[in-house]
Design a protein around this ligand. Structure first.
Ligand SMILES: [Zn+2]
Length: 81
């Protein structure tokens, strides 16, 4: 389990920031997050992951650029966003 603090994704690796997706259909708003890969800093969208009330993300996060990062992550501060 890797704890990811909140921060600005494009400023440094290994942080998350909230995203709200507006989509049409029965679920008009999705509360999700983006994170920057702790390994290489590239942004990873978590819209296709579940985030529970305390910020645990499932399934595990794999770096979009395949730098080798692959871990279960917790978004620290998710409940305070
Ligand atoms: Zn990476």
């Amino acid at each position: 389990m890797v704890e990811i603090p909140r921060g600005f994704v494009f400023h440094r690796p290994g942080v998350w920031e909230p995203r709200t997706l507006i989509v049409s259909g029965t679920e008009p708003r999705i509360e999700t997050a983006s994170m920057s890969c702790p390994g290489c800093g590239c942004p990873a969208e978590l819209a296709d992951h579940a985030i529970d009330a305390v910020g645990r993300v499932t399934p595990s996060v794999v770096c979009p650029k395949a730098c080798g990062f692959h871990a279960l992550v917790t978004l620290v501060g998710w409940s305070d966003r």
